[in-house]
Write a protein that binds this ligand. Sequence first.
Ligand SMILES: [Cu+2]
Length: 282
Amino acid sequence: MTGDAGIVLQRSLNIIFTYMRRLRLVERKGCEVSNRFCVLLMALAQAIWILGFVSDTQAEYEAIEVSDGCTISGSVNFVGAMPEPDMLVVDKDLHTCGMTTRPSGKLIIDGNTRGIKNAVVFIENITRGKKFGEKWHFILDQKACEFVPHVQVIPVNGTLEIRNSDPMAHNVHAYSLKNPTFNESIPSRGNPLTKSFELQEMIKMGCDRHGWMKAWTVVRENPYYCLTGADGTFEITDVPPGEYKVSVWHEAFDEEQLRVLTQEVKLMPSQKIGLSFKLSPN
Ligand SMILES: [Cu+2]
């Protein structure tokens, strides 16, 4: 994806700038106009950022009547030795946050099927198809010092209402890469924040007051996605016949938010196909 390439290049340029500052090749507060190399790099970084943004906003999705719709179903399974549960250390505000340790919810594997919960399966390169569902308003709550739900998928420009149901303040820090970041406090049971996102990406949410609190909001620009349940299965329906890339993303396998597993499929009219995704530790 050009947008992702732009982000990678811009991160690289940021690293270069950091080293240039350390080596005193550029001023600490920014670029000296007289330093032509520095100005050139700054312009390049901005051009890459704009190109990435434009490439993402160009992918307008068009809702049409789907005839001879296809179904893609299957499962996401863990391969390898079963890991120990990932435990969080809760060391603050225990009156509300409860236990001193708790499972992180990062990687939940069904003991029988090895299916992985909270993987997002989605079609990448589809610009025309079924209309989005009726739901445009989504809730991300903070309860007992935990984000609920831990992972959810919302459409671009849908609204995300971020609540605080706890008797003390939390803050919400969105570590977005393409959409504007934010970091705002919500007082105890205070007015919720309402946010929406114009660009698709996987956004990590955190609370700076309680470092263990984490959640993911996955923003998609087409309605062809499915969040796996506890058994790791998924189903995507009403897909127009054609050739697509079907991808899976899961937080435990992609902290960098840039890597996904992809399979290519060719769908004939009304076809039903099964896909199997195998995820293993890095
Ligand atoms: Cu908090």
